[in-house]
Design a protein around this ligand. Sequence first.
Ligand code: MLT
Ligand code: MN
Ligand code: ZN
Length: 305
Amino acid sequence: MRVRVLGSAAGGGFPQWNCNCPNCDGVRKGTINAKRRTQSSIAVTGDNVNWLLFNASPDILTQFQGFPELQPARSIRDTAVKSVLLMDAQIDHTTGLFMLREGKTPLNIYCTDMVYEDLTTGNPIFNILGHYCGINWKRISMDSLDSFEAEGVPNLKITAVPLSSKAPPYSPHRNNPHIGDNIGIQVEDATSGKKLFYAPGLAEIEDQIKPFMEQADCLMVDGTCWTNDEMAKLGIAQKMSLDMGHLPQSDPGGMIEVLRPLKASKKILIHINNTNPILREDSPERAVLASEKIDVAYDGMDLTI
Ligand code: MLT
Ligand code: MN
Ligand code: ZN
């Protein structure tokens, strides 16, 4: 299977339009060693032709233009993206759906009941798309861990697992978590048996996701903040990383400790917030990750698993 990182930043992207934190200001002025990044999304294929898109970022048009394989140009209107899977209902993972409204057929969209509810009430993207291409909702059940194949995307076995993160700030149940607000996804190559585990929002390593993380050959997980109080320390916002549903990396019990014993040959952080010091390639924090054999995703990163 191939995995293409379309966007590696958290909500807001890097640099964020209104932010002058040392990272955003530095990357804008070219005074730090860091890459710009668009908002969180990946695409995965099991046959090198048909792609499953994970999340639809507000930056989706730029991301598609930056990856010509998604436009094979076989007919007057065409795309290699056969289905879209939403990990949650957050703005940075869903508003790009509006940019796909010219589709000739309804968009195949995989998501849970909770995400469907948020996207038909609090932020009714699905209702609005009904006036354009429409959607073909494919319900991801939280009743079992049965795997499925996404429509039009052969050779990949998808398994969704509920996890603890957060419903979006606009959701009527932001502070009242429900199963299916956020999921992690295992993608298994049906031919090779190799496994990717993807979880861009992950606050807590609960028992149900441990086996998936242990079995993965490639882990692509929440890399939002380095410390829980990162935004508060910069005077940006009082909210803590964990309050937003993101396990910080360096704190005790943080993502570095979680990843350390796991066998995956590729351990990658994704959904990086613009305040995170790991965005600076020459930072001490980045050196810590290198010593732990943890990579930081970047836009255009292309992996064969
Ligand atoms: C998050 O992952 O916490 C959200 O994307 C934040 C946001 O939408 O700004
Ligand atoms: Mn996000
Ligand atoms: Zn910033």
